[in-house]
Ligand binder design. Structure first.
Ligand code: SAM
Length: 254
């Protein structure tokens, strides 16, 4: 290993980075010049998520822009993409609500380039980032369905919403990378973690086509309550899980 790389690996390891070798290679490739490498390394050693430092994240085979203070797309969310993608038919209206960086929408569009995609988020930084990842796609800003054009009412075939679902009391147990560098609005799901999901379900019925489906990610412990919430909203629930990814998706069909 060249000495510059060795030095970077050692700094990362000393800062507690578990995948120091891999991270060093990525930071070196990204930096280009020594001064920039120093800056990237300083940020990473100070605890910023690697993806914020690099400015991109890999998700579902895509490389997506991720700006500081925007939720870093998680690999487990690829299950949400796979479940949603299986439902999309030619020309369907698909909405990525709570889009963050737009990762889920971008992955769906990569699989279904003929889908009519809209995305929305309440956070202006997320909306800016999603617009970079979704050129040509309308990315709306606002609170859940308030952000969407009214013409979409009753026309959404597939509604994906990777809502925040960490129960408020569990926020303090999150790793510092998430707690200190991702916005609370991206993480906090209220008392039991399902407050935003319930609001999405309550609104979904009016926005979905007959036969349309809303899908959202939950933790394993939230499945029973999430399924009950789908049924209370008047939809037919289903659950998909992938133990390898540690992912669970709950859906509701109209
Ligand atoms: C867990 S992150 C998911 C981001 C992205 N979909 C992903 O999977 O990477 C949740 C996102 O929901 C957004 N959000 C939270 N409350 C919202 C609301 N009331 N209306 C719209 N977006 C909201 C946050 O700003 C954040 O970007």
């Amino acid at each position: 290993m060249p000495s510059e790389e060795t030095a970077v690996v050692e700094r990362l390891r000393a800062a507690g980075c578990v995948f120091a070798e891999e991270e060093a290679a990525l930071l070196l490739a990204e930096a280009g010049a020594p001064a920039r490498l120093d800056e990237l390394l300083r940020r990473r050693v100070a605890g910023e998520p690697l993806e914020h430092v690099l400015g991109w994240a890999e998700f579902d085979g895509l490389r997506l822009a991720v700006a500081p203070a925007v939720f870093v797309p998680r690999r487990r969310t690829e299950l949400l993409v796979a479940e949603a993608a299986a439902l999309v038919r030619t020309g369907d209206v698909v909405v990525d609500l709570c889009c963050g960086s737009g990762a889920v929408g971008a992955a769906l569009l990569a699989r279904h380039p003929d889908a009519v995609l809209h995305a929305a988020d309440v956070d202006p930084a997320a909306v800016r980032c999603a617009r970079r990842n979704l050129p040509g796609v309308p990315v709306h800003e606002g609170d859940l369905f308030d952000a969407l054009p009214v013409e979409l009412r009753g026309r959404i075939a597939v509604l994906v919403a990777n809502v925040p679902y960490v129960p408020t009391p569990a926020l303090r147990e999150l790793p510092p990378e998430a707690r200190d560098h991702e916005p609370r609005t991206a993480l906090d799901g209220g008392d039991d973690g399902l407050a935003v999901a319930r609001r999405v379900l309550a609104g979904a019925v009016g926005w979905l086509t007959t036969g349309g489906t809303v899908l959202f990610e939950v933790s394993q412990g939230q499945v029973a309550a999430a399924v009950a919430a789908v049924a209370e909203a008047g939809m037919t629930p289903a659950v998909a899980a992938d133990d390898e990814r540690g992912a669970t998706v709950v859906s509701g069909s109209r």
